[in-house]
Write a protein that binds this ligand. Sequence first.
Ligand SMILES: *Cc1c(COP(=O)(O)O)cnc(C)c1O
Length: 339
Amino acid sequence: METIDWKNLGFGYLKTDYNIRCTYKDGEWGELEVSNSEYLNLHMAATCLHYGQESFEGLKAFRGKDDKIRIFRMDENAMRMQDSSLGTMMAILPIEKFEEAAIKAVQLNKRFVPPYESGAALYIRPFLFGTGAQVGVKPSNEYMFILFVTPVGPYFKGGFQTTPFVIMREFDRSAPLGMGKYKVGGNYAASLVAGAKAHELGYSNVFYLDSQEKKYIDECGAANFFGIKNNTYITPKSSSILPSITNKSLMVLAEEMGMNVERRQIPVEELATFEEAGACGTAAVISPIERIDDYDLKISYIFSFDGKPGPISEKLYKKLQAIQYGDEPDTHGWVTVVE
Ligand SMILES: *Cc1c(COP(=O)(O)O)cnc(C)c1O
């Protein structure tokens, strides 16, 4: 058996032993199947390849001090995938099938769940796509669901740290009545050019404004935004952002810590009034923001002068991670222990 250097794992793909598959045909989902192949045999006219009938999810399993493995809020991911199916006219995968697949994949790949001390985790990637052959723009009548897992390293190698973001009005990620609220591959393809330009300029990612008026804060790369001021956690309300499960969880924790929580439109100028700002999502939990440079107006909104995150971001980050790793009790029913 190969040995894995858990501490130096990145966010890449590492082959594991098994993945779980399920096909939809003749109007119904089949049984879950276990596969040890990394490849699939796909019709060249499959709708996923031509018309973007595809959605995906991302969640994690964590090994605790007690050696138990916990999956975080998988029911939420299952429901969000159903929503993505509604948005792309794909077959709806039952919540129970999604959960059963996740548990099975973790059980069968237990040796790839990183040890507690490493700060690494097992990333779970479910995805669903149209496999039926079509040439006209029509939804497929056949689908495939696959769920694979791969170990990923701690997001912050040098400790919890801030990074800079950039506002560039020449790019939109999604339209107000478009697909931004669904977790579909096309949104990522649409963000690659902007992301590459941001990286070239030395930023960790693009900070998106609403595409209609460019007045309000939308998303932070492929993560949700939150700002902190006057003991209040503020996150954008928008029809084009992806409803992050991490953000939803942080809002609950912030309230429990005695903070106010606001979900509303945030004018971009309001950035100047925040004491702390961060991006949130499964990959990092919280990625604290050092500063946001407005590339077009040549203004900077600065949140950290020493690279260190603010105290509230740090507290929220630690609290959520403690629940995920089982260091603190799961009082919300967020965690599923895999036996
Ligand atoms: C997945 C994703 C997020 C984060 O969602 P989580 O459920 O917290 O991982 C935020 N924005 C976009 C565009 C995403 O695709």
